[in-house]
Structure formats: C-alpha cells, structure tokens
Design a protein. Structure first.
Length: 166
C-alpha cells in the first residue's frame, strides 16, 4: 500500500483560491475580448482591478469569518495564513498582464492576447486536473479525463460568468 503525501490545510486552501482565480480571470479576459472597445490601458486596469478586488474580498470574508468564529481579529499567524492562502488571487493577473504587454509591443492584437490568456488559463485547469488524476492513482487515461473534465467545467463556469456580466 502506497502512502500519499498529505498537503497542509493552508496549501489545499491556497490551491483552491488559485483555481478559483484562474476561472474568474478566464471570465474577465473573455469579457474584455468580447467587449470590442477595450484599449491596452483599460484591459490592464481591468485585470489588475479584478485580481485586487478578488483578493480584498477574500481577505474581508476571511477576517469576518475569523471574527465571528473566534471573537477576535485575525493577527499574527492566522493573518499570515490568510495572506498566504489568498495570494494566488493577486497572481492571477500576471499571465494576462504579460500577454497585454506583448500586445503593447505589437506582437499580437489585444483581442488575441486576451483570448490567449483565456486559453492559457484553460490549459492550466487541464494541467491541475491531470495532476489531481495522477495523484489519485488513476493512471494516464484517468488523469487525462480528469483534466478534460476540469477544463470543461472551468470554461463553462467562466462562460456563464461572462454571459451574466460578472
């Protein structure tokens, strides 16, 4: 019987935030690409605002939940854990911003850069799904299926969020 490594709860929570931020950023960049009137500065500002807004919302929710359950503000170790867990919400802007920068250099159009960012994020969901499938011990076929399902679900959620205007 093989013993699987167990990730600390904070690492699992951080990965959850990373996946959530990836799906949300797919929505943001698809929405920007579909708007038809976004410029480089506006696209970059929207991506930054979305990631900072998500991060702040997570911190506010975490702090409120901590106050309600513990009767005190999170400080010290608890606050550092909250910051660690929520950090991927800020990092979700890096890929799209790099591609917007590539667009600013004239290598590709802005809509192409935004759709490429969405594609990279879908590929990221696929990769995490495959990795999860492998970690579950299901073999290559199971990992590919898990990756495909995760990418499809993430994309569907992003499309619904985009269609709803979020």
């Amino acid at each position: 019987m093989t013993e699987r490594a167990v990730a600390p709860p904070a690492a699992a929570a951080q990965l959850k935030e990373r996946l959530y931020a990836t799906i949300t950023m797919i929505s943001v960049v698809i929405g920007l690409a579909g708007s038809g009137h976004t410029d480089l500065f506006g696209a970059a500002a929207t991506v930054v605002t979305a990631s900072v807004g998500l991060w702040l919302a997570a911190l506010v929710a975490d702090q409120q939940a901590h106050r309600v359950t513990h009767g005190a503000l999170a400080t010290g170790r608890e606050l550092r854990s909250m910051l660690f867990v929520s950090s991927p919400l800020l990092l979700s802007a890096v890929g799209p911003l790099l591609l917007i920068g590539v667009s600013a250099l004239g290598v590709m159009g802005l809509d192409t850069a935004l759709l490429t960012a969405a594609g990279v994020n879908v590929a990221t969901l696929f990769a995490w799904g495959c990795y999860g499938g492998l970690r579950m011990g299901g073999g290559t076929a199971f990992a590919l299926l898990a990756g495909g399902i995760d990418a499809a679900i993430g994309t569907a959620v992003a499309v619904v969020k985009t269609a709803a205007g979020h």
